[in-house]
Design a protein around this ligand. Structure first.
Ligand code: PEP
Length: 253
């Protein structure tokens, strides 16, 4: 199979800057095959610049875990815009289920953040997926179709191509209950590509990368990324351990 899998580490509210720098240095010192996978590290805002310096001249990219919905500068206390992170980040995670549930982010707000990321040439990694385990596949499909229709509202074909969608069923996040790899593959094809096909032609839906997140570890990652329509993984908990993350990178092809 000749795809380059995308492996995104979402550190959430973990790792002080020194610990994050040590983890990335460990990955760089021990190595993985950067010809076959692309790695993105998403630390807290506080560590973005230090991680960015650590990965200079390496193939690792840096991403933020969130942005404010206004793209520029202004009187928005406590917020960080896509403009402020541009030059430091290539990617940003948008619409993570923790933000949807804990911070009440809705699909309209998520669309504004997608627009804002694109305005500053940052690739949005848009998280979609069902919340409850045992949701029927037809319900998963209608939920994801709706999330995609909102997220891509007003986004041109050329901008849509340069986005990533992460299928993250929230019942699988941080629980140790990852979804079945064949179901993941079907969701990536029928719900994500299918949802994009409602909005764009197949040239676009074939090029948008679709990744999976939810309790991925080094022992199951290979089975997931070998699925035809899965282009990588978004990893939370297992990306916090230097050896655990390295194991994921080495098993991701
Ligand atoms: C996540 O937070 O996006 C995630 C997938 O977490 P975990 O790998 O811990 O389930």
């Amino acid at each position: 199979m000749n795809k380059k899998n995308l492996i995104v580490a979402n550190w959430k509210m973990n790792l002080k800057t020194n610990d994050g720098v040590k983890l990335v240095q460990h990955v760089l010192d021990n190595g993985y095959d950067s010809d076959v996978i692309e790695v993105v590290i998403c630390p807290s805002f506080l560590s973005l610049e230090a991680i960015n310096r650590t990965v200079t001249k390496s193939p690792i990219s840096v991403g933020a875990q969130n942005i404010f919905w206004i793209a520029g500068e202004g009187p928005y206390t406590g917020e960080v815009s896509s403009y402020l992170i541009s030059g430091v980040c290539d990617y940003v995670i948008i619409g993570h289920s923790e933000r949807r549930t804990i911070l009440n982010e809705d699909d309209v707000l998520i669309n504004k953040k997608v627009v804002s990321a694109i305005e500053n040439d940052i690739v949005p990694i848009i998280c979609v997926g069902e919340t409850e385990t045992n949701t029927s596949e037809s319900d998963v499909k209608s939920m994801i179709f709706e999330q995609i229709a909102y997220a891509y509202d007003g986004i041109s074909d050329e901008d849509a191509i340069n986005t990533v969608i992460a299928y993250e069923p929230s019942w699988a996040i941080g629980t140790g209950n990852n979804n079945d790899s064949e179901v993941i593959n079907r969701v990536c094809l029928e719900c994500i590509r299918g949802g994009l096909n409602e909005l764009y032609d197949s040239r676009v839906s074939n090029l948008v990368r679709t990744i999976y997140g939810g309790s991925v570890t080094g022992s199951i990652v290979s089975e997931i990324v070998q699925q035809e329509f899965v282009d990588g993984v978004l990893v939370g908990g297992a990306s916090l351990s230097p050896d655990g993350f390295l194991e994921i990178l080495r098993n991701s092809y």
